[in-house]
Design a protein around this ligand. Structure first.
Ligand code: AHG
Ligand code: MN
Ligand code: MN
Length: 342
C-alpha cells in the first residue's frame, strides 16, 4: 500500500493532512466567535505572527539575525528578532481596543492600554538560540480576562491561548478551552491557495494518550533531582513495562518540541535542577498557554506536583518546572517525580 493510500481522508483523523478545497481562513473562523473582543485580540496576535513569519523567512536577508547587545529582565542576551517580534505584538494589540494590557518576556513591566476586556501575555520569540541557525522557532501567547488579579491569574482562567511555529511551514495553533485548531500560513506560491492567510488545516487536534518520544535537555542529567533522574533512567530501559523504549528529540525551542509532542504524543520537560530550582521556563507566557492547549487536546501539563494551570502566580516573570504532553507519559513522570515509583 502506498503511503498516500494509507493516509486518512479525514483531516480530523489525520492531523497532518489538508483536505483539498477546505480553505476556511482564520478570519472567518474568528468571525464565528461570539465574543468580538476575544476574536479581535486573537486577530491582532495572528497578524503580528504573520509579520514575524515574514521576517523569519527572510533570515539574513531581512537583517534580523544576531544580538542587539542588550540583556532582558531574565538576564538573557536579546536577539534582534526578540525585539522586533515584541514590538509587532505590542503595536498590534494596542490598536485593538479589546486588549487592556500586554506582558512579555522582553519587557520588565506590562504595558497598559486602557479599556479592554482582555490581557495578553507573550513570549514573542521562543527558541532564540535557534534564530541564527535556521531552526524552527515560535511565538507563544495567552489571553486572560482583565480581572482584579491582572496578569497574576492562574492559567485556568485563560480565555484563549496558542502559539505560532515558524518551521518549514508557519502554523498558528489556537484553543478557546473547548477545541484546539491549527492553521497553516499560505505561502507565496501560484500552486498553493491562500497566500498570506492562515488556513484551517488541523481542525480538532487531539494529543495521543501516550507516545514514545521524550524531549529534555539531557546534558543537565547530573543537576536533576533524584526523581527526574530515576524517570529518565527508566524510560530508556529496553524492558520497559509501560511500553516500548522511548526516542529522544530535542529542538531546544519549546514551541517546536511541544508542537511535535501535541501531534505525535510523548512528553516535553524542563524540570527544576540544582542551578535552577524553579526550572527555566516562565509560567504566564510559556507554560500556561501551552498547558491550556495540551489539556484541551486531551493531554496534561504538570510542574511535577500539580497541574500547571492551577498555579497561582505571585510574579509576572515567575518560572516553573514543566512537563507537558500525553496524559499517560505525564502521569508516569509525576509518579517518579514524587518518589511513588523509583
Ligand atoms: P526563549 O528563547 O524564549 O528564551 O526560550 C528558550 C527556552 C525554550 O524555548 C527551550 O526549550 C529552552 O529555553 C532551551 O533551554 P536549554 O538550552 O537550557 O535546553
Ligand atoms: Mn521561550
Ligand atoms: Mn523568548
Amino acid at each position: 500500500m502506498s503511503p498516500d493510500s494509507q493516509r486518512s481522508q479525514n483531516p480530523r483523523e489525520s492531523q497532518d493532512s489538508h483536505k483539498p478545497g477546505d480553505v476556511r481562513t482564520l478570519a472567518s473562523y474568528l468571525d464565528a466567535w461570539a465574543d468580538d473582543g476575544l476574536a479581535s485580540t486573537i486577530r491582532a496576535v495572528a497578524g503580528a505572527c504573520a509579520e514575524i513569519a515574514g521576517l523569519v523567512r527572510g533570515g539574513a536577508l531581512a537583517g534580523v539575525l544576531g544580538e542587539t547587545g542588550g540583556v532582558n529582565v531574565q538576564g538573557e542576551r536579546v536577539q534582534h528578532l526578540d525585539d522586533l517580534s515584541n514590538d509587532l505584538l505590542l503595536k498590534a494589540l494596542e490598536r485593538t481596543g479589546s486588549c487592556a494590557g500586554y506582558a512579555s518576556e522582553e519587557m520588565e513591566f506590562a504595558a497598559t492600554f486602557g479599556e479592554g476586556a482582555y490581557l495578553v501575555t507573550s513570549d514573542p520569540l521562543d527558541g532564540s538560540s535557534n534564530i541564527d541557525v535556521n531552526v524552527s522557532i515560535g511565538t507563544i501567547f495567552g489571553v486572560y480576562p482583565a480581572g482584579p488579579a491582572g496578569f497574576l491569574a492562574p492559567g485556568r482562567t485563560q480565555a484563549a491561548a496558542g502559539y505560532a511555529v515558524y518551521g518549514p511551514s508557519t502554523m498558528f495553533v489556537i484553543t478557546n478551552g473547548t477545541t484546539v485548531d491549527g492553521f497553516t500560513l499560505g505561502p507565496e506560491s501560484p500552486e498553493i491557495p491562500g497566500a498570506g492567510d492562515f488556513l484551517l488545516t488541523h481542525p480538532g487536534i487531539r494529543c495521543p494518550q501516550s507516545g514514545s518520544t521524550y524531549s529534555i535537555n539531557e546534558g543537565y542529567h547530573d543537576r536533576w533531582p533524584p526523581g527526574v533522574r530515576a524517570w529518565n533512567d527508566y524510560i530508556k530501559r529496553q524492558d520497559l513495562a509501560d511500553g516500548p523504549a522511548m526516542s529522544l528529540r530535542y529542538v531546544g525551542s519549546m514551541v517546536s518540541d511541544a508542537h511535535r509532542t501535541l501531534l505525535k504524543g510523548g512528553i516535553y520537560l524542563y524540570p527544576e535542577d540544582s542551578t535552577a530550582p524553579n526550572g527555566k521556563l516562565r509560567l504566564g507566557y510559556e507554560c500556561n498557554p501551552l498547558a491550556l492547549v495540551f489539556e484541551t487536546a486531551g493531554g496534561a501539563a504538570t510542574d511535577g506536583r500539580r497541574a500547571i494551570l492551577d498555579i497561582v502566580p505571585s510574579e509576572l516573570h515567575q518560572r516553573t518546572p514543566v512537563a507537558i504532553g500525553s496524559r499517560d507519559n505525564v502521569a508516569l513522570y509525576g509518579a517518579f517525580h514524587s518518589g511513588e515509583r523509583e
